[in-house]
Design a protein around this ligand. Structure first.
Ligand SMILES: [Zn+2]
Length: 280
């Protein structure tokens, strides 16, 4: 009996030590972060959450809308470097009036039709998609699943998600951990730090793809106006990017500070022939 008890304890210690060893990472902006899960596990979870989303939200059947969103998303993800550079991203347009978008580990992007009322041209749409892809690049879901009270829940959810037979309750939990609410249109916010990071990493990414980084400022102004209008409507779900502070003013000021640097990336990309032409 005694030796039986010691064995799981020893195994547990090995697990903890292993997790600490793989848990230290740095974000693209050099921030230290705790990420406990291998990227491959997060990718499996992301793919599952995306599949679940497909069963819950209707897809847009408008061919030109789909082509437009795909054009922008593929151009943005084509600017990724490193091991993510030649991965194909699955891009879907969900027929949902909330001004939202999301990206998931496992190379998945979802855009709501309502976003296109706020992000009114390719550069503004690239701002949002860049921001969402930046959350994935920066392993923000992994960080959320790895820290605080979510950590233990995360362990269980990852184990369940990775087992062959996924009950729908586990799939729902996976969605929630990755920031997708069970209710249509609800996208859970990341932390303020993660949002600021996604803004800046996303700005560089869209600029490297040949989209004009100056458009990010107008996009967030549009968003601020949209959020204000929504707030006066009862029960309107806040867009993901609007649901956490930084306040609109701070966010726009931080972006404006970064635009001159991003502009250099943009001009270099244009010179290399990266000139996306996606029309709504
Ligand atoms: Zn965000």
């Amino acid at each position: 009996m005694a030796s039986n008890r010691k064995l799981p304890l020893a195994a547990g210690l090995v697990l903890v030590v292993t997790l600490i060893a793989i848990g230290c990472a740095t974000s693209p902006l050099g921030r230290r972060q705790l990420v406990l899960f291998p990227d491959a596990d997060m990718a499996v979870m992301g793919a599952q959450a995306f599949d679940q989303m497909k069963t819950q939200v209707p897809l847009s059947e408008n061919a030109s809308t789909n082509a437009y969103v795909d054009c922008v998303a593929q151009a943005v993800t084509a600017a990724l470097d490193g091991p993510r550079s030649n991965r194909a991203w699955e891009v879907l347009v969900f027929d949902d009036e909330s001004a939202n978008a999301f990206a998931l580990p496992g190379s998945k992007i979802g855009v709501h039709t309502g976003l296109l009322e706020v992000a009114v041209d390719q550069n503004q749409l690239a701002t949002v998609i860049g921001h969402e892809v930046a959350h994935v690049l920066s392993r923000h879901s992994n960080e959320r699943v790895s820290t605080g009270t979510a950590a233990q829940l995360g362990m269980v959810a990852v184990q369940e998600a990775l087992s062959a037979n996924v009950p729908s309750a586990a799939a729902q939990q996976t969605m929630a951990l990755l920031g997708l609410g069970a209710q249509v249109g609800i996208i859970l916010p990341f932390s303020r730090t993660q949002e600021s990071e996604a803004d800046l990493v996303g700005l560089d990414l869209m600029a490297r793809a040949g989209f004009d980084p100056q458009a990010s400022v107008q996009l967030w102004r549009n968003m601020a106006r949209h959020a204000q209008a929504k707030q006066s409507e009862a029960g309107g779900a806040p867009p993901e990017f609007m649901s956490t502070h930084p306040s609109h003013g701070t966010r726009i000021a931080n972006l404006e500070k970064r635009v001159p640097e991003a502009r250099k990336l943009y001009e270099a990309a244009r010179a290399q022939g990266r000139r996306p032409r996606c029309s709504p």
